[in-house]
Design a binder for this molecule. Structure first.
Ligand SMILES: [Zn+2]
Length: 307
């Protein structure tokens, strides 16, 4: 690890609360679980296996106190890495699926965030393959809290089974309510998925790595300064890229697409934000100046600062 990366002031823009629950914290949540059970619940070898692991962790989160605990543990770790600002994605969609009361969960995580040195905002995420009615419900939760800690709506999950084009009207309603618009796209599906995310107004793209397959799209992202949130380890672990060497981060950067680096689900992918910067340097030849630029991007493209 390059020492200066850890102390470099950073913002984290693509980070799922439920994917940040480390095995130690799982044991705090449910002391009866043994190491083997935790390893079995959180291990995977492809994208659908990853989604199952993500659901397994979500099911352990039963009360507002559980959500408060995982928020505390996440923010403790971010503080150690000099993450000053974080837009944490909270899967409101999963709380609806679990038939939990979102209001008390949000109060709990907000209270925990207010005690942290990290400046925290929230992106409320819907499960896109659950369809438009579900995403509309998440939008209502986000709109109610616009300006009160929630800065954006997002869609995650299965791009193929829940195309962004289904959600144009809902995104327009969120924008009118003062929210920013986020979408995962171009992670497991191709460039068309990113075009669709742009067509419904997405201002930042989670992953977007397959944009590299479409020169016109690369030019569009560069010209409009739409950033891609690049999570290298995540893409390798889910199989979104076949091999680390094949990751397009360097090519996207060289083509002038604005990028930020992030972890996505640091516990499930066993990575840290500083580690991702380090990886970009070691594997893809990013210089200190370039990494400092990416760290500046992480503040510049935040929804919550001056936005
Ligand atoms: Zn993500």
């Amino acid at each position: 690890m390059i020492d200066w990366v850890r102390v470099l002031p950073k913002a984290s823009l693509h980070l799922h609360l439920e994917g940040s629950v480390e095995p130690d914290t799982i044991r705090e949540l449910q002391p009866s679980l043994g190491a083997e059970e935790i390893a079995a619940g959180t291990s995977f070898s492809d994208f659908s296996g990853f989604l199952k692991a993500y659901v397994w962790v979500n099911k352990l989160l039963r009360t507002p106190d559980d959500y408060a605990l995982i928020t505390r543990r996440l923010l403790e770790r971010l503080t150690l890495e000099n993450v000053r600002y974080a837009e944490v994605t909270l899967s409101a969609g999963m709380t609806l699926w679990k038939e939990q009361k979102f209001a008390t969960i949000f109060e709990a995580v907000q209270h925990e965030a207010s005690r942290s040195a990290v400046d925290v905002r929230w992106i409320l995420d819907a499960v896109r393959q659950f369809g438009a009615a579900h995403v509309a419900e998440v939008a209502d939760l986000a709109i109610e809290r616009a300006g009160q800690g929630v800065v954006a709506i997002g869609i995650g999950g299965d791009e193929e089974r829940g195309p962004a084009s289904w959600f144009g009207d809902i995104y327009r309603r969120c924008k009118d309510a003062g929210l920013h618009l986020h979408a995962h796209a171009g992670e497991t599906a191709g460039p068309e998925s990113v075009w669709q995310a742009l067509s419904i107004g997405a201002e930042r793209i989670g992953h977007g790595i397959r944009s590299i397959e479409d020169p016109e799209l690369v030019e569009e992202l560069r010209r409009r300064r739409i950033p891609l949130e690049i999570c290298i380890t995540s893409n390798v672990r889910t199989g979104a890229v076949a091999l680390l060497d094949a990751h397009p981060v360097r090519r996207l950067y060289d083509a002038g697409v604005p990028l930020v680096l992030d972890t996505d689900d640091p516990a499930l992918f066993e990575c840290t934000l500083s580690g991702e910067y380090d990886l970009a340097a070691r594997q893809f030849g990013f210089t200190r100046e370039e990494l400092e630029e990416l760290a500046r991007n992480s503040f510049e493209f935040a929804f919550g600062v001056g936005g």
